[in-house]
Design a protein around this ligand. Structure first.
Ligand SMILES: NC(=O)c1ccc[n+]([C@@H]2O[C@H](COP(=O)([O-])OP(=O)(O)OC[C@H]3O[C@@H](n4cnc5c(N)ncnc54)[C@H](O)[C@@H]3O)[C@@H](O)[C@H]2O)c1
Length: 314
């Protein structure tokens, strides 16, 4: 959108949100940026160098009109969400994630403000083949359920209001700079790297052959920016397009960090666990021209240079 000059990002103090905000600031230096975040998992430190506005509010209860009056935004990126998938409180997870989105849509509707929101690969539940957007939702936990309801709300909204563009992005397993604040829900790439840098064998679930579509945050940001140009509404997968095993990830980390650790296999305590995720990218390639630029090897190398600048060679 060449005419964009005012962009709002929810969840901008978080992992993906802060990467997006800082890239928007760099690529669109004249755009006015506003972040909304209540810091429930995010951290102001992720926004070092940010020159825009910041509204510290809980979106699940925010009165948008009171906050912003008639102020118009050219686009809203909605990334705020409870992101701890092991938080099983059904009311809080569904209430906060869904009501935040409903309030945002109600604000965006009169001006048909473009909305790009984060859905999730979790909506697919258990899979053994690459997931295609037309597969029905099969949420295995309440986090995924809340995202599936958000997809339903988006689908209803674009049917009800012609010409309103809403793009949902089903991120797969994202890793990269600015995720440390997430603690346990941070990516496996982050946790395994930390263990290995501390001289410990990396701990993974038996027997490491589970496969994930690990996608680098820089690719996720590119896909999100492309959604600013989308001509029509849609819900798209955002992944690397490849499924790589936990064992392979440890090999990649060993070769990047110059270590030689064998995995320490532990029993998987989770009853419902995504043993396989892989994004089919046919739809987003066609609609948004998205093509991931990072393999697991190059993404991990880029990330480790950022995380351990003194010990990983360029
Ligand atoms: N990281 C991944 O692998 C991944 C995968 C699929 C989908 N997603 C989605 O991408 C988005 C960003 O995730 P992330 O990994 O950056 O997580 P994150 O926890 O770092 O970011 C979420 C941000 O939203 C804020 N937030 C949460 N609820 C809020 C509320 N009610 N009001 C205001 N702020 C609120 C948090 O404080 C945090 O800064 C989320 O919607 C998440 O569900 C992430």
């Amino acid at each position: 959108m060449s005419s964009v000059n005012s962009i709002l990002v929810t969840g901008g103090a978080g992992f993906i949100g802060s990467n997006l905000v800082l890239t928007l600031q760099e690529r669109m230096p004249n755009a006015r940026l506003t972040v909304i975040d209540d810091f429930r998992s995010g951290d102001f430190k992720n926004l070092a160098g940010y020159r825009g506005d910041f509204v510290a509010q809980n979106l699940a209860t925010l009165d948008w009109r009171k906050q912003f009056g008639d102020e118009k935004f050219d686009a809203i990126f909605h990334l705020a969400s409870i992101t701890d998938t092991t938080l099983h409180d059904q009311f809080i997870q569904t209430h906060d994630n869904v009501e935040s989105f409903r309030r945002l849509l109600n604000f965006a509707k009169p001006n048909k403000t473009r909305v790009v929101y984060a859905s999730s690969a979790a909506t697919y539940g258990a899979a053994s083949n690459p997931s295609v957007e037309t597969n029905g939702a099969a949420p295995a936990n309440v986090y995924a359920f809340s995202k599936a309801i958000m997809d339903n709300l988006a689908n209803h909204a674009v049917k009800d209001v012609s010409g309103w563009i809403i793009v949902g992005l089903r991120y797969f397993n994202v890793y990269g700079p600015h995720e440390a604040h997430k603690g346990v829900p941070a990516s496996m790439v982050y946790h395994l790297a930390r263990q290995m840098k501390a001289g410990q064998r990396p701990r993974i679930f038996e027997h490491g052959e589970q496969k994930r579509d690990f996608v680098y945050v820089k690719d996720v940001v590119e896909a999100s920016l492309r959604a600013l140009e989308a001509k029509v509404s849609g819900i798209y997968n955002v992944g690397s397009g490849s499924a790589r095993s936990f064992n392979e990830l440890i090999d990649v980390l060993n070769s990047t960090l110059g270590t030689d650790f064998k995995p320490d296999y532990i029993e998987n305590p989770h009853a419902h666990y995504q043993n396989f995720t892989q994004a089919d990218l046919t739809s987003i390639r066609g609609a948004l021209g998205y093509q991931p630029q990072f393999s697991l090897e190059t993404g991990v190398a880029d990330y480790m240079r950022w995380l351990y600048p003194k010990s990983v060679e360029s």
